[in-house]
Design a protein around this ligand. Structure first.
Ligand SMILES: Nc1ncnc2c1ncn2[C@@H]1O[C@H](COP(=O)(O)OP(=O)(O)OP(=O)(O)O)[C@@H](O)[C@H]1O
Ligand SMILES: [Mg+2]
Length: 313
């Protein structure tokens, strides 16, 4: 199959096992109770790819899965939503990452990752998927596979050689702890970086979004978007800065709101929108995602997002 994809998402694909209402009191020698337990396909690259495909962009994914049922489930979800899966790496080297997540009544979470999450698959060994791409999203800079400076340099170098726009979402590190200094040569190759506030604080050691953005800009990143959860987002580049307040929605679960935001932003930029219009669209995608349970539930189509924005005018 020749994917001919406009957008390629690269990074983590996994299964979340979500336990709600976990009671730490044992009911038998080895038994515990919880209110519910459910399985969800997830991972940044999966959330971004599925959302972008729903928004009508021809999207492919480059991710690594094990030769197991969990991997089959991830593939089915991707394919069922129209994402090209022909470049997924399935190898016996590791199992598909499974995150166990304990969610408390107040929505706060504790999660457990394992060795499979640090599987540094090598996307740079097969970048033929980039042949027709206009944009790539790094699912998470600072997490596998983008916690290795050589991998980051190879993927971004290839993207830039092909004139591809680079969007880089971020996460706090979990196994390898890179700093901005460690990847200083790669940062000028990023067109848009999109950390949330905690991540931006962690990497820049600054408190104010303007100062955080200044640090990224000083390293040569061209545009900085800081996602501010229920406070909206902050955009900064050489021409100036703008803050967009969040949409006034009833938030029930912000899981994946950032991934929906990035997918919405990238897909509009690839359609030729201005930064400002793409930001408005992305802000709406994040809000829609947060208004329903699950990362892949809220956003259904580009029309739905445009309709919401129209009603706000
Ligand atoms: N409560 C909310 N109300 C309205 N919009 C929201 C809300 N929470 C998130 N959003 C929208 O979603 C965007 C991304 O959310 P957030 O800042 O939580 O990203 P994130 O922490 O990267 O999320 P994740 O990593 O879980 O995908 C925000 O910038 C905002 O536009
Ligand atoms: Mg995020």
């Amino acid at each position: 199959m020749n994917p001919n994809c406009d957008l390629i998402c690269i990074g983590m694909a996994l299964i979340d096992s979500i336990i709600r209402g976990f009671d730490p009191e044992p009911v038998s020698a080895s038994g515990y109770r919880a209110v519910s337990g459910s399985l969800h396909v997830g991972g940044e690259a999966v959330n971004e790819a599925v959302t972008a495909a729903k928004l009508g962009v021809k999207t492919g994914i480059l991710c690594a899965l094990g030769p197991d049922e969990a991997g089959n489930l991830v593939e089915q979800t991707l394919a069922g939503n129209g994402v090209d899966i022909s470049h997924i790496v399935r190898s016996g080297e590791h199992s598909t990452p499974v995150t166990t997540m304990f969610v408390r009544d107040d929505g706060s979470r504790k999660s457990i990752t394992n060795e499979a999450h640090r599987w540094n698959f090598h996307p740079e060994r097969d970048l033929t998927i980039l042949e027709h791409a206009k944009g790539i999203i790094l699912g998470s800079l600072f997490r596998a596979p983008f916690d290795d400076p050589d991998v980051i340099a190879a993927v971004l170098g290839e993207a830039k050689k092909r004139g591809i726009t680079v969007f880089a979402d971020t996460k706090l590190p979990n196994f390898r702890f890179l700093t901005l200094e460690d990847i200083r040569d790669c940062l000028p190759l990023i067109d848009y970086i999109t950390p949330n506030e905690d991540e931006a604080r962690y990497f820049t050691k600054k408190e104010d979004p303007g100062q955080m953005a200044d640090v990224f800009l000083s390293y040569g990143v061209r545009n900085v978007i800081i996602k501010l959860g229920g406070k909206g987002c902050y955009f900064h580049n050489a021409e100036g800065a703008v803050t967009l307040p969040a949409l006034d929605i009833h938030a029930v679960d912000a899981t994946g709101a950032g991934d929906n935001f990035v997918a919405g932003f990238a897909s509009e930029i690839l359609r030729g929108s201005s930064d400002k219009d793409a930001l408005r669209f992305a802000n709406a995608c994040g809000a829609i995602c947060a208004s329903e349970v699950g990362a892949l539930t809220g956003v259904k189509s580009r029309m739905q997002v445009l309709e919401l924005l129209r009603t706000l005018q």
